[in-house]
Design a protein around this ligand. Structure first.
Ligand code: SF4
Length: 510
């Protein structure tokens, strides 16, 4: 098994950097149906650029390289202890090489292990089969979309949809609700795996396993195939769209499985994955661990180019508003929801640990007029200086308990993030003259190219993703989705799509 370790490093590298053909094809179709110049079209153009950039430089597609989950099938008698050890070593090596961000955090102390190893990380499931070869499948599913997973115990009363009974139609209502409530927080358009039945644990596990199916396969169970088609058609008429900006494609895939349940329980579990839907697999020779075949991709075939003569990626129109930090209040008050801005100058990253810290400590830098970027970048040290490898936005709603106070206390003028924020932040934006800018979730390579340099770093005790990085931005594009006049695109899209859900009165299944 001398080649097993190298095969695992290659599997991890390809999964983190090279989106599989079925996902590329679905994302390309999503871009083609949006009307040029709309917010959804702009978002999908940035995503298209990002997918191509990631595979051409072998950099992470998204800075959140997710929870590595391996599904391994082995012949009877194969040594699982050795394989588990080598998979763990391969994870640490891929982290060293910058293909994975250090993402494993001690839940009690908050300390980052630095190598993506720790209790529960990575997740490795073994199964035996009566074949001679080994199959390893890997999915990297990030925190933003993981946080939008949902589990329902039927019967249940659901907002906009009413009662969900213990029927296929009840399950359908749960799925629709799960996708609707994800809005832009899970970096849509997304794909969902669903389990009807099981218990609370097996339901989530089986839902995630559905994500290993090809997006364009068809479910062998006719009633589940009909449910998948119905969900796709319905969800894509709600108008949630890419990043929750409104638009035609909210989901690129819906895969449903069913498990038996106890008579007293009826769970519906939904695993939501983002557009950065990273899953690949390999078949290995069991004698030496060499890759004999790839699953989901054929390395001999060139990947689908997301940006080509027909779709040009993100193009500036000249109508963008240029913002240079530090930013004056009157500049911010002149912005409105829907404006596209290009941000240049100094920005500071801040995620959960920084926000919590700033509630009881003075900031390490002057934040007056500043840009605060909800981002946990993947970085590399070269000599004494740092380079950003991947730097897309993280889900902003986690900072809702803190953001309003930080705006009021320190004079931040622009918050960049994804998925939008809530009523407390909207009030503070209006009161203080600040704005929320939505960057495109997952576009980590694209945005890394909008960072000229790292000028410093503070609060390193929180670990790499959680530290406060001082960045010099250049023409960083984002969309105003919450302005200083009390308007929120997120609130509007949620209300309109919720009203569409409420119109779905007729049961689609018995
Ligand atoms: S694309 Fe969005 S949801 Fe997916 S891993 Fe990246 S940040 Fe998280």
């Amino acid at each position: 098994m001398h080649a097993f370790f190298d095969s695992m490093v290659e599997l991890i590298t390809q999964t983190a950097t090279n989106l599989p053909p079925d996902v590329r094809a679905a994302m390309k179709r999503a871009a083609q149906v949006e009307v040029e110049g709309t917010r959804a079209a702009q978002a999908l153009a940035i995503i298209a650029d990002n997918i191509d950039q990631a595979s051409s430089c072998e950099g992470p597609i998204c800075q959140d390289t997710g929870m590595p989950t391996f599904e391994v099938h082995v012949p009877v008698g194969a040594n699982q202890i050795v394989m588990r050890r080598q998979i763990r070593e391969a994870i640490a090596e891929a982290t060293r090489r910058g293909k994975l961000r250090s993402n494993s955090v001690d839940s009690i102390t908050g300390e980052n292990s630095g190598d993506n190893l720790g209790p529960g990380t990575p997740i490795i499931h073994f199964d035996q089969w009566e074949r001679d070869d080994i199959e390893v499948k890997l999915i990297l599913k990030g925190g933003g979309c993981e946080n939008t997973n949902a589990q329902y115990a039927l019967p249940a009363e659901l907002p906009h949809l009413g009662r969900a009974d213990r029927t296929l139609d009840g399950a359908r209502k749960c799925i629709l609700h799960a996708v609707w409530q994800a809005q832009g927080k899970g970096c849509g358009p997304g794909a969902i795996g669903v389990c009807i039945g099981g218990d609370r644990t097996s339901g989530y596990l089986y839902a995630k396993e559905q994500l290993f199916r090809l997006l364009d396969d068809s479910n062998p169970a006719p009633r589940l195939a009909a449910l998948e088609a119905n969900v796709m058609g319905t969800v894509n008429s709600l108008g949630v769209g890419a990043m929750g900006f409104g638009g035609s494609t909210t989901l690129i895939g819906c895969k449903v499985g069913a498990l038996n349940r106890l008579p007293a329980s009826f769970f519906v579990s939904v695993a939501y994955d983002c557009w950065a839907f990273r899953r690949l697999g390999v078949v290995l020779d069991a004698r030496d661990g060499r890759i004999t075949r790839w699953l989901y991709r054929d390395p001999a075939v060139s990947p689908i180019q997301m940006v080509d003569a027909q779709s040009g990626g993100f193009v500036k129109t000249g109508r963008e508003v240029v913002l240079r930090a530090p930013i004056a209040e009157e500049t911010i008050r002149s912005l409105h929801v829907g404006d596209i801005v290009l941000v240049s100058g100094r920005a500071y990253t801040g995620r959960d640990a920084v926000h919590h810290h700033l509630m009881s400590h003075e900031p390490p830098v002057d934040l007056r007029g500043a840009v605060l970027y909800h981002c946990g970048p993947a970085v590399a040290k070269q000599g004494e200086s740092w380079t950003v490898i991947a730097a897309g936005p993280t889900t902003s709603i986690r900072e809702e308990p803190y953001q309003g106070d930080i705006l009021r206390k320190y004079g931040v003028r622009a918050v960049i993030g994804k998925g939008g924020m809530g009523a407390k932040t909207l009030d503070a934006l209006k009161e203080t003259g600040a704005v929320y800018l939505n960057a495109i979730g997952g576009a980590a390579q694209f945005y890394a190219r909008c960072i000229d340099r790292v000028t410093g770093v503070s609060l390193t005790e929180f670990g790499t993703p959680e530290a406060m990085w001082h960045l010099e931005l250049r023409d960083f594009p984002a969309i105003v989705t919450m302005d200083a006049h009390g308007n929120s695109l997120h609130k509007d899209v949620e209300a309109v799509s919720g009203a569409h859900l409420a119109e779905l009165k007729t049961p689609a299944f018995a």
